[in-house]
Ligand binder design. Structure first.
Ligand SMILES: NC(=O)c1ccc[n+]([C@@H]2O[C@H](COP(=O)([O-])OP(=O)(O)OC[C@H]3O[C@@H](n4cnc5c(N)ncnc54)[C@H](O)[C@@H]3O)[C@@H](O)[C@H]2O)c1
Length: 433
C-alpha cells in the first residue's frame, strides 16, 4: 500500500495520526527466564541458513522447526541441524503452523522484506517472541502494527540488527559512554553496498529485492547504519528521532549495468527503476542531534556504513576506523586500533574468540545471537525491542513520502508513545555480562 497520499498535506496528516495503544509499554519488560531456547526458523535462504548455524553455535539453543516454501532450502537446513547432533527439526510448509507449534519459544524470521511484519505479528499472537531480519517493516502502518501486537500480546519483537554488535561499533559505544567524544551532536549512517549483480540474479535476493527499486524512491534499507548510531545517541532512553527530510538522486546505475550485462531478450530489460541511486536523509532528534542517513546499492564504490559519531570533544569515523580527539595533531586521524584494547566491550571480551571462530560478518552475527540467547536465558529485557524495530525501519517509508513531496520535512512518529522520556538508563547492552 502506498502511504504517500495525494498531496503533502494528506501525507503529513497520515504520518501524524497515532493509533490508540492496544496495551501497556514493552519498554524494559524482561523475557521469561528459560534455560533452553527452542527456535523456529522462517526462511532459510542465504541469510536464514547462516543465522540458523550461528544460533546452533550458541549454548542452550535448539532448532525445533523450520519453514521455507523452497523444499531444497528447508531440507538443507534440516540436514545441517541433524549433522550437528540435534534432534531432527519439524518441517512445516506453512509458516503459520510453525508459529503455532508448542515446542517453539522464539520465531526467527529471515524471509523477504514484505513478509516480515505479518509473520512477526502472527508469531506474537501465537504467544511467541519474534526476531525479525531487517528492515522489520516497510510501511508506517506495519511499524505501528508491530508495536500494537507486541504491547497487546506482551511478546517481544526483536529487530535482528547485527551491525549494532560489530567489534568497532561496540568499542565506539563504550567510548561514547566513557565521554570520550563529549556531548554527542551528530552521526552519519549508511548502507552503501554495490549489489547490482545480486539484484539482477535469478536466485536469492534477485527474486524479490529488485521489486522495490521499481515501485519506491527512498531509503530501502535504513537499519544497518542507523542502529549503531541510535545506540550511540541513546535513542528511546532520553532521546528520540523527531523529524526527517530526504532527497534522492536520479536513477542510472542499475539500468546501465543491466543493459551492459543481460541479453537483449531478457525480461529485466523492460523494467524501469524509480529508486534514485543515492538517497540522502537528515534526521533530527529531540535533543537537537542530527543524523545523515544514506542508501545506495547500485553505484560502483567500496562498501561503507559510514558509522560516524561526533561530539564536542571529538569524532569517530569508520571505513577505515579512526578517531580524532580534541588536542590531537591537526588534520590527522588516529587508528581506532590504538585505543581498542582499553575500550573493548564486555560482550566481545567474553565471547570474541567464539565470534571469530563462528564468523558471520566479522563475528557480529554470532555476538548478536549470543547476546539474544543470553538475555532470554537470564530473564533480561531484550537489547532491542519493538520500538527500536519500528523507529529504525520507519526511515524507509518516511523517506518515500519526503522524496515524493519535494523533500518535505516529515514528523517522525513516536512509536514509544512518550516512554522514550521515562525509560531512563542507557540503551542496552550497557550492562552486558
Ligand atoms: N542482517 C544482515 O546482515 C542480512 C544479510 C542478508 C540478508 N538479510 C535479510 O535477510 C532476509 C532474507 O534475505 P536473504 O538474502 O536470505 O534472501 P533469500 O532470498 O536468500 O532467502 C529468503 C528465503 O525466504 C524464503 N521464503 C519466501 N517466502 C517465504 C514464506 N512465505 N515463508 C517462509 N520462507 C519464505 C525463500 O524461499 C528463501 O529461502 C531479508 O530480510 C534481508 O534483508 C540480512
Amino acid at each position: 500500500m502506498s502511504e504517500i497520499g495525494a498531496n503533502a498535506e494528506e501525507a503529513l496528516a497520515y504520518v501524524r495520526a497515532i493509533p490508540a495503544a492496544k496495551g501497556r509499554t514493552m519498554m524494559g519488560v524482561p523475557f521469561e527466564k528459560r534455560d533452553r531456547v527452542r527456535f523456529g526458523f522462517v526462511g532459510v535462504g542465504g541469510r536464514g541458513f547462516h543465522q540458523m548455524k550461528t544460533i546452533m553455535a550458541v549454548e542452550g539453543t535448539q532448532i525445533a522447526a523450520i519453514s521455507d516454501p523452497v523444499e531444497a532450502n528447508a531440507l538443507r537446513a534440516k540436514e545441517t541441524v541433524e549433522k550437528a547432533g540435534q534432534a531432527a527439526p519439524a518441517l512445516e510448509t506453512d509458516w503459520r503452523k510453525l508459529c503455532a507449534r508448542e515446542d517453539v519459544d522464539f520465531v526467527f524470521i529471515c524471509s523477504p522484506w514484505d513478509l516480515h511484519a505479518d509473520q512477526a505479528i502472527y508469531a506474537m499472537h501465537c504467544g511467541k517472541h519474534a526476531g525479525v531480519e531487517v528492515p522489520a517493516a516497510c510501511t508506517l502502518a506495519d511499524c505501528w502494527r508491530l508495536v500494537d501486537a507486541s504491547e497487546h500480546t506482551r511478546r517481544h519483537c526483536v529487530i535482528l540488527e547485527n551491525c549494532c554488535y560489530g567489534d568497532n561499533e561496540l568499542t565506539v559505544l563504550t567510548m561514547v559512554r566513557a565521554g570520550l567524544f563529549g556531548t554527542i551532536t551528530h552521526g552519519e549512517a549508511a548502507y552503501i553496498h554495490d549489489l547490482r549483480k545480486g539484484l539482477l540474479a535469478d536466485t536469492g535476493g534477485g527474486l524479490w529485492r529488485r521489486e522495490p527499486h521499481k515501485t519506491r524512491n527512498g531509503n530501502l534499507y535504513p537499519t544497518h547504519g542507523l542502529g549503531p548510531v541510535a545506540w550511540y545517541m541513546n535513542i528511546h532512553h532520553g532521546d528520540r528521532f523527531t523529524k526527517m527530510v530526504s532527497m534522492s538522486s536520479l536513477s542510472a546505475a542499475l539500468q546501465e549495468y543491466r543493459d551492459a550485462n543481460l541479453p537483449a531478450d531478457s525480461l529485466q530489460r523492460n523494467e524501469k527503476y524509480s529508486c534514485g541511486d543515492m538517497n540522502s536523509s537528515l534526521i533530527q532528534t529531540a535533543q537537537g542531534r542530527t543524523i545523515l542517513l544514506q542508501h545506495d546499492v547500485v553505484t560502483p564504490r567500496p562498501y561503507t556504513r559510514l558509522n560516524l559519531i561526533a561530539g564536542s570533544k571529538g569524532t569517530f569515523s569508520d571505513y577505515p576506523p579512526r578517531i580524532f580527539l580534541d588536542g590531537q595533531k591537526e588534520h590527522e586521524w588516529k587508528p581506532l586500533d590504538e585505543l581498542k584494547a582499553q575500550y573493548a566491550h564486555p560482550l566481545w571480551k567474553e565471547a570474541g574468540e567464539l565470534a571469530i571462530k563462528n564468523g558471520g560478518h566479522g563475528g557480529m552475527d554470532f555476538i548478536m545471537n549470543y547476546r539474544l540467547v543470553q538475555t532470554i536465558r537470564r530473564g533480561l529485557p531484550p537489547d532491542v525491542n519493538v520500538y527500536d524495530a519500528a523507529a529504525w525501519s520507519a526511515p524507509g517509508p518516511l523517506s518515500d513520502i519526503s522524496v515524493a513531496w519535494d523533500s518535505l520535512s516529515v514528523p517522525f512518529p513516536d512509536f514509544t508513545r512518550g516512554h522514550w522520556q521515562t525509560a531512563g538508563g542507557l540503551a542496552p547492552p550497557a550492562t552486558a555480562t
